[in-house]
Design a protein around this ligand. Structure first.
Ligand SMILES: NC(=O)c1ccc[n+]([C@@H]2O[C@H](COP(=O)([O-])OP(=O)(O)OC[C@H]3O[C@@H](n4cnc5c(N)ncnc54)[C@H](O)[C@@H]3O)[C@@H](O)[C@H]2O)c1
Length: 417
């Protein structure tokens, strides 16, 4: 069987490093057919890495989709505001789609993607990578085994990490709702999705609270300045750009995002001139830095979902699943899972196979997703666990949470499909 041919739209952090490397790891299964990327250095690096001829290299996604490239599928890895149009045009052009989250920012856009997929008969999978991680699949199989009885209640936390918050949601790409999306959608559509996956029931009602509490001008310490390089208190500031971006041996994310020139001079120039050198108390950010959401599922199952900046990144996602006959306490970052069985009082921990293969991005979720997508393209039924249909409800939960947070109401969820 021939390898699946994939067009990549956006050779940024995700387009370049999360899924495309599967073509190097398993060239008999996946081949990169073309790329679209406006940034010259990234475009050239991507084309060189995947040996693309000139006629398969574009600066804009529209040109790549209408050039008549012989391909099976398209990866949409452009920024949040440019997901709906490329996904729909790709399907109209006869390609299946692997679509980064969030897939859309409004209910009408969700419906447009879903309707286009149904009308064109093209398949679309969403990059809800948590569904492909060893960790969440282990939790799902424990729940499905009945070991803790019926799931009654879940407490789930996305511990963003204080420096990750500063990088992505105060200084970086996801700091403003009008440029991308509210925090709950940008960060926690994954969390809403994984709760749906674990509970296995529809969500009926949502209430949510949260705000931008800390990263505002009024919290700027005395002696701070507009830029960290001019700050008199940066040595004691946990959010200092120097602490985050000037570690000499660190050249991968998040440093790779601030500049293509990773020399000391290149980094200092980025901190002097670019967005990532700004004081976290003097940015143009408006997304929340903490938000807690309560969800009620069919049959009375409830869950809380908290996303917070004021955490240690190393903890990642933590979850406590409470069942009628047992409970699970688990931490994604070190893949620890502890199960207490109320029937006999026993406590056990779950074992994982060691990670192998191409890499371990998102706890194996990145490779799990692309491998499953390729299998789907090669005809395996049920290989993909994150269809557009699956993703719609998680997005509706996030829209409802945002409405609830702003309007101080409890919001009912009605599916669009
Ligand atoms: N699934 C996940 O776990 C996960 C994790 C992080 C980010 N994301 C999502 O993935 C998407 C990409 O994120 P990223 O971190 O790679 O961002 P990025 O900014 O690094 O990459 C986006 C790329 O799109 C390119 N681009 C802009 N206009 C374009 C055009 N007209 N045609 C083609 N390319 C164009 C940009 O130059 C950039 O290189 C975002 O929507 C983000 O929310 C998903």
């Amino acid at each position: 069987m021939k390898p699946v041919r994939l067009i990549v739209l956006g050779a940024g952090a995700r387009g370049m490093d999360a899924y495309a490397p599967y073509a190097l790891y398993a060239p008999d299964q996946l081949q990169i057919a073309a790329v679209a990327e406006p940034r010259e250095l990234r475009r050239a690096a991507f084309a060189a890495r995947y040996g693309l001829p000139e006629q398969a290299v574009f600066t804009d996604w529209r040109d790549a989709l209408t050039a008549g490239i012989g391909a099976d599928a398209v990866l949409v890895a452009t920024q949040d505001n440019e997901h709906v149009d490329p996904a729909c045009l790709a399907m109209e052009q006869g390609y299946d789609v692997l679509l980064e989250k969030p897939i859309a920012k409004t209910e009408a856009e969700l419906k447009r993607i879903y309707d286009t997929s149904v009308r064109t008969g093209r398949r679309a999978a969403v990059c809800h990578v948590l569904r492909y991680t060893r960790f969440f699949n282990m939790l799902k199989s424990i729940i499905d085994s009945g070991e803790i009885g019926e799931v009654v209640n879940i407490s789930h936390s996305e511990n963003i990490g204080y420096w990750h918050m500063a990088h992505s949601f105060v200084r970086g790409n996801w700091r403003r709702e009008d440029e991308t999306s509210p925090m709950i959608l940008a960060k926690s559509c994954h969390d809403a999705d994984i709760l749906l996956y674990l509970v296995g029931k529809d969500c009926k009602r949502v209430a949510s609270f949260g705000s931008l509490k800390h990263f505002t001008a009024k919290n700027a310490p005395e002696g701070s300045a507009e830029r960290c390089l001019d700050c008199r208190v940066s040595d004691t500031c946990p959010y200092s750009a120097m602490r985050l971006y000037m570690i000499p041996f660190l050249t991968s994310w998040p440093v790779s995002v601030i500049t293509d020139d990773l020399s000391t001079e290149g980094r200092l120039k980025a901190l002097r001139e670019g967005p990532y050198g700004r004081c976290v108390y003097h940015c143009d950010n408006d997304v929340v830095d903490h938000q807690s959401t309560v969800l009620e599922f069919e049959g009375g199952v409830t869950a809380t979902m908290t996303v917070s900046a004021f955490t240690d990144y190393r903890h990642g996602r933590t979850i406590h699943i409470m069942g009628s006959h047992g409970e699970i306490r688990a931490k994604m970052s070190d893949e620890t899972i502890e199960i207490t069985n109320f029937r006999d009082g026993s406590v056990r921990t779950s074992e994982f196979p060691p990670p192998g293969g191409m890499g371990d991005g998102h706890g194996g979720g990145d490779i799990g997703l692309i491998a499953s997508f390729v299998q789907m393209e090669r005809g395996a039924q049920g290989a993909v666990k994150s269809s557009i249909r699956d993703a719609i409800q998680s997005h509706l939960i996030c829209f409802a949470a945002e409405e609830s947070r702003r309007d101080h109401t409890v919001v009912e969820i009605h599916n669009v499909n």
